[in-house]
Design a protein around this ligand. Structure first.
Ligand SMILES: NC(=O)c1ccc[n+]([C@@H]2O[C@H](COP(=O)([O-])OP(=O)(O)OC[C@H]3O[C@@H](n4cnc5c(N)ncnc54)[C@H](O)[C@@H]3O)[C@@H](O)[C@H]2O)c1
Length: 292
């Protein structure tokens, strides 16, 4: 029971994405009701129907007849738009009546907010190389805001519900780039650094309310948002950057979305009731490796 999420109502922003969807599937299979928040109705609907008919629900019932499978619902929401977040909250409350946990998984990087090379070389500013001066300020802001403000807004908008829950839990999805910035990705790294900082700030601020705030820093998982960096666009082969990451990941592989599930369950359940304000790396050893 200490690791149970049965009966909890959980909101996942970016729930239609690769990592958010894997979390949602596991939580529904564990008996939670989960609202997937995201911008694109068709993506959310497809995710919800996949989760609600997943085999895991049936398998779960066979393993333990006492576990009630939950359900997923789709709710449109732009995490950068306050009124959109408020409307999404109203929809969730109308459907579930409460919110016990929030997972902020909306986030990402973009080629427009990235440099073309890892380090500036002499002459680059006068060449075709995409340097930091070619990253438009608006693109920097877009990605930095998506990761930082897009985490902050849902935390504040769902806060009254999380406090009402009595043992509310927030999980923010950070990155290995928060602590040690990722080359080529200045806006993403800065945005995720803000996520770690905000996680700790909110954990302290909310500690007396019963709401716990933690983050997970995934290592490298091959998904839509980073495929352009980790694989060759034409061939799909691992790019030199992807190879470098694998060489610096002691387990020698990219993560699979299911690798995050046990940490999510732990941070949401009573098992972690005295844990708040931490960032848990789930990274195959990337953060521990000095490179030699
Ligand atoms: N994939 C990795 O290797 C990796 C590593 C570290 C951290 N992360 C983080 O994990 C989280 C999930 O990433 P993913 O790999 O599943 O990527 P993904 O692109 O599959 O999912 C991100 C989701 O966020 C949604 N989103 C983007 N902007 C939004 C907005 N303004 N409002 C609402 N939703 C919005 C996207 O539509 C998408 O569904 C992100 O925060 C990402 O930065 C991913």
């Amino acid at each position: 029971m200490m690791f149970s999420v049965e009966g909890k109502s959980i909101v996942i922003t970016g729930g239609g994405g690769v990592l958010g969807r894997a979390m949602a599937r596991a939580l529904v299979n564990g008996g939670a009701e989960v609202a997937l928040l995201g911008r694109t109705r068709s993506v959310l609907d497809e995710a919800v129907s996949e989760i609600n008919r997943s085999d895991g629900k049936e398998v779960n019932k066979k393993i333990n007849k006492n576990i009630r499978s939950g359900d997923a619902i789709a709710v449109r929401c732009n995490v950068l738009d306050e009124s959109s977040c408020r409307t999404a909250r109203e929809t969730v409350i109308k459907q579930f009546g409460k919110v016990d946990a929030l997972i902020n998984a909306a986030g990402g990087a973009s080629p427009e907010a990235s440099t073309g090379t890892e380090q500036l070389q002499e002459g680059d500013l006068d060449s075709e190389v995409r340097t930091i001066l070619d990253v438009p300020y608006d693109e920097f802001r877009k990605i930095s805001d998506l990761n930082s403000l897009g985490t902050y807004l849902p935390m504040t908008i769902f806060l009254p519900d999380l406090i009402n829950s009595k043992n509310g839990s927030i999980i923010n999805i950070s990155s290995m780039g928060a602590d040690r910035p990722l080359t080529k990705s200045p806006a993403y790294s800065a945005g995720k650094a803000a996520v770690d900082n905000l996680t700790k700030w909110m954990a302290v601020y909310l500690a007396k309310t019963g709401v716990r705030v933690n983050a997970i820093a995934p290592g490298f998982f091959l998904t839509k948002q980073n495929r352009f960096l980790l694989t060759d666009k034409e061939t799909g082969d691992i790019s030199p950057r992807g190879r470098k990451i694998l060489d610096n990941t002691p387990q020698g592989r990219f993560g699979s979305p299911e690798d995050l599930v046990s940490t999510v369950l732990w941070l949401l359940a009573d098992a972690s009731c005295f844990v708040t304000g931490i960032v848990v790396p789930v990274d195959g050893g990337f953060g521990a490796f000095g490179g030699v």
